[in-house]
Design a protein around this ligand. Sequence first.
Ligand code: NAD
Length: 493
Amino acid sequence: MQNYDKLFINGRWVLPVHPASFDSIDPSNEQVITQVAAASPSDVELAVEAARQAFDSGIWSGLSGTQRAHYLHAIATEIRNHLTQLASLEVQDNGKPYPEAEWDINDAADCFDFYAKLAVELDTQREQDIALPDVRFHCVARKEPVGVACAIIPWNYPLLMAAWKVAPALAAGCTLILKPAEATSLTAIELGRIAEKVQLPAGVLNILTGIGADIGPALTEHPHIDKVAFTGSVPVGKQIMQSAAHQVKNISLELGGKSSFIVFEDSELDAAVEWIMFGIFWNQGQVCSATSRVLIHEDIYETLLLRLKTAAEKIKIGAGFDTEVKLGPLVNQKQYHHVLAAIERGVKDGVRLVSGGNRPTEFSQGYYVQPTIFADVPEDHPLWNEEIFGPVVSIRSFKTESEAVQSANNSIFGLAGAVMSKDLDRCHRVARALRAGIIWINCSQPTFSQAPWGGYKQSGIGRELGIWGLENYLEVKQITTFQSAETWGWYLS
Ligand code: NAD
């Protein structure tokens, strides 16, 4: 095991100013994997000044997009070269099954390649002529990097969430500080080693591991940080909005969700079982876009519930390195207790438990929870309305399309939604009616670097991925030239 006791600041590995560390725990067995450096506000100062100087010096923003793309492609290549090591670290740190970890690492590499391509395109698309009604003026809109960015990420897809922010920020010409979640810091530190290996200029990417409550405010309130990009919970997102308000900082927020999957009566049952399960049990349900509530047409309701129960009870639960396993442990003890408490409340309130609902008996250690299905969940119950972020699905039946849409939209969140039917006109009609940022038709969860990602309502502000992800890290400057030979003639007429 490598050392994870240092921070990556200004191109160097340094101990925290006030030496401190915290445990990284393997959630499959509750054993300590290693110690991780715990940064303090003093380290935040050093990292911000390094990123600020790197930005202001122009060593990164002054390169062409094509030159920056060279580094991004090199990072993608190094991520692929270390696929097994990085995927194994995600399994140890997060608990996810190994094949899912491999998907994540490949997706992270693809994300760097994708933004390398957009960095090259920026060279020819940086300036856009703006037609003005007064021909004495010529105007261009010019895209420029926002400046120093701070990326704060959660633990559910550790390296992939880092890639979603680091890749577009670097492509745009920003310098940045990456703050991984304390539960899963290891692959972020490996990204620092990769940055070092590809000789990214010093200070362009700085990595601070540490406890969010200790260093988060020092980052989000820092006057030399221009942009805060956050993915995480709604309460922390609200705190970040407040602290960023002091300097009216540019922010983007990717927050939680309680997304609905509407299944119509003409759906093919195998496909419905497959995608409903993928929508909630993949990554142990610790997915912001998880379709954690399902609306099933009354004609197929009981049949599909039985099919789901049978399939859920066949899922192999266990440690992520077991090749048969499809459901690993939850990320940590806090999340384990949170998920079990949500289940217990449902049971105590008499909600119909179809399957699961307990810790699997075969494990004496590890944060395991059975895949859990509740049915006939009342619309005013927390199981229906609150994000659980675990392998727990809440199901209701519906009679009409409009009833299903209304029920799906009745949420403080608006991240995602899914609809299944053989009638594609109906699917598209429902897709347009759902108030959410991502809609899947006849599937749930597939995600592509090219397509926009983000939510309506309390699910966030802004979009990641695609061209929208790059624009998160760009300012638009108007440059207007008076090009007439005649004087303006207001004061001197
Ligand atoms: P969290 O909000 O507790 O933590 C997220 C990050 O914020 C961590 O790095 C943490 O250290 C940091 N943090 C904590 N307190 C902070 C503060 N006061 N100031 C600044 N940073 C602080 O969330 P989590 O438990 O790591 O992740 C789960 C949540 O993330 C879920 O609610 C989920 O829906 C959401 N999520 C959303 C998306 C999306 O794309 N919309 C993706 C993944 C996760």
